[in-house]
Design a binder for this molecule. Structure first.
Ligand code: SAM
Length: 305
């Protein structure tokens, strides 16, 4: 009978089979290895000497976009063979990479910027390589959310890194509602063309909390907008470039957060009421326009959440 180790983590039960436990001593083996190499998020000087050394010494580099990585490699005069490893070929290419490891080759995986796997491809590959019994070694470097977090002025821990919220507004609002009571700093990646809508949804659902918009990190136009969501929203619409959104976690004794955001939704409903609709008709109309359920809007409007 196999035994297992049971751990509770954030309310989830994690069961690790002890019999299949995997131990890796990264600096005490010479097995073919998969290196997870972080690359610069803008400023090329942030490629570490160790990352450069690994990219030069491995047999193959698996890149999210070979043309992008080619530019990085040419800059550092590295001529290692490149193969494609992106979200559309992750399963097939992972099998190919395991084959390379079986042939005794070392492989590095890189994404377009920062850490592979962090809102980038690579997690399936790592799982498969661990299952196949080969070492997976991280090579440190730049990462957008950590750079943003340490300079944001918000509480650095605990934090919750979400990555990209869904592009569909209804799903985005639903996700934000599920995060609304989290007491930790919330970190999101967002594209500039969606930032205004995204922050509007944050204001409506989370309330007017302190936040920071960190833009173009490590690049010439690096900028931090620190303020409340409402203040940053007024500025964000005309900002371009790469962005990280950080929002303070929920504070029990600051319930006015929710009521401060409510006028947006309340105004929307009141507007229809002032045009002659009944409250229920107005709620129904607002729910349809916002792609939300009538029930959700009813609860928000009447403060039943
Ligand atoms: N793997 C990367 C990492 O470790 O940070 C993230 C890749 S994800 C596909 C790209 C998103 O990361 C961008 O849309 C933006 O939200 C954020 N990002 C990447 N580089 C950034 C930068 N220089 N400044 C601000 N945000 C950045």
């Amino acid at each position: 009978m196999s035994s297992s180790l049971i751990l509770k983590n954030f309310g989830r039960t994690l069961i690790f089979p002890i019999d299949n436990m995997n131990q890796q001593k990264s600096f005490e083996n010479d097995a073919p290895t998969l290196y997870i190499v972080a690359t610069p998020i803008g400023n090329l000087s942030e490629l570490t000497p160790r990352a450069k050394e690994v990219l030069e010494s491995v047999d193959v580099i698996a890149a999210e976009d070979t043309r992008n990585t080619m530019k990085l490699l040419s800059h550092f005069q590295i001529s290692t063979h490149l193969i494609a490893h992106h979200k559309f070929n992750e399963t097939a290419s992972s099998k190919g990479i395991i084959q390379l490891l079986q042939e005794g080759k070392d492989v590095a995986v890189v994404s377009d910027a920062g850490y592979p796997l962090i809102s980038d491809p690579g997690s399936e590959l790592v799982r498969l390589v661990i299952d196949a019994g080969y070492p997976v070694v991280p090579i440190s470097g730049s990462n957008a959310m950590l750079n943003a977090l340490v300079a944001s002025g918000l509480s650095p821990q605990p934090f919750l890194f979400y990555g990209f919220l869904p592009s569909n507004e209804r799903q985005r609002i639903k996700e934000l509602q599920s995060l609304k009571h989290q007491p930790m700093t919330l970190i999101f990646y967002e594209a500039p063309h969606r930032i205004e809508k995204m922050l509007t949804n944050c204001l409506e659902v989370l309330g007017d909390r302190p936040m920071c918009l960190a833009r173009e990190l490590t690049k010439k136009h690096e900028e931090f907008l620190r303020g409340t969501i409402r203040e940053v929203l007024q500025e964000a619409a005309n900002r371009k470039g790469e962005m990280v959104v950080l929002i303070a976690g929920h504070e029990e004794d600051k319930e006015q957060d929710v009521t401060q955001a409510m006028p947006l939704l309340k105004d929307h409903i009141q507007n229809y009421i002032s045009e002659g609709m009944s409250t229920n008709e107005a709620i129904k109309r607002v729910a349809r326009e916002r792609g939300l359920s009538k029930n959700e809007i009813y609860k928000e409007y009447h403060g039943l959440n």
